[in-house]
Ligand binder design. Structure first.
Ligand SMILES: Nc1nc2c(ncn2[C@@H]2O[C@H](COP(=O)(O)OP(=O)(O)O)[C@@H](O)[C@H]2O)c(=O)[nH]1
Ligand SMILES: [Mg+2]
Length: 177
């Protein structure tokens, strides 16, 4: 019988955090994206936005195929979040450091995905630090410490394959324990 491998990793985070970019950067295939033109306030952040999900896959060194799903960032699409996390291996949370309150955004997503994170695990990637470096890695780590949540935090450029791979490897490493 055909073996269906359903390992999947979910990318989440605010609009503009780099989820679509990160999935494209590490994909073995051209990713499926459901980006549409933005309107209103979001238009100031970027020209297109993800409405349903991003999807792609990678093959790990051991041959395992891992499906990659990106959630839509806007909370008006949060009904998609529980659908996409079902059966997932773990979460990659991307936070754009040029957001007015990036540490607050991290807290928002950690709360929103609390149950999934408790069942699995999360790694956090801080993007766009070259655009705004007001918040530092220590600020995120300090907040995690206060929340009693010790998760790996990395500064990454989601346009860079190696940076995104580090996040995936870190996630797989913590899931093994
Ligand atoms: N400077 C910088 N730009 C980035 C980084 N990651 C993504 N971007 C850019 O930020 C914009 C938003 O990325 P996108 O993947 O659409 O974000 P999404 O809303 O999370 O899917 C795009 O123009 C990316 O090229 C990063 O780490 N540094
Ligand atoms: Mg997107």
């Amino acid at each position: 019988m055909m073996q269906l491998n359903t390992d999947k990793i979910i990318f989440t985070g605010p609009v503009g955090a780099g989820k679509t970019t990160a999935i494209a950067a590490i994909s073995d295939i051209p990713p499926v994206s459901t980006d549409v033109s933005t309107t209103g306030d979001e238009k100031r952040i970027k020209d297109t936005t993800t409405v349903a999900m991003d999807y792609s896959y990678i093959e790990l060194d051991d041959g395992t195929k891992v499906h990659l799903y990106g959630t839509p960032g806007q909370s008006r699409f949060d009904f998609m979040w529980s659908i996409l996390t079902k059966g997932g291996l773990g979460l990659v949370l991307l936070i754009n450091n040029d957001h007015p309150d990036p540490v607050g955004q991290m807290e928002f997503y950690l709360d929103a995905f609390k149950d999934f994170i408790e069942e699995t695990g999360v790694v956090i990637g801080i993007t766009r630090t070259n655009i705004n470096d007001t918040a530092t890695l220590e600020d995120y780590q300090q907040k995690l410490f206060e929340r009693n949540q010790i998760f790996p935090v990395f500064e990454v450029d989601s346009r860079t394959e190696d940076d995104v791979k580090i996040l995936i490897q870190a996630l797989l490493a913590i899931l093994e324990n």
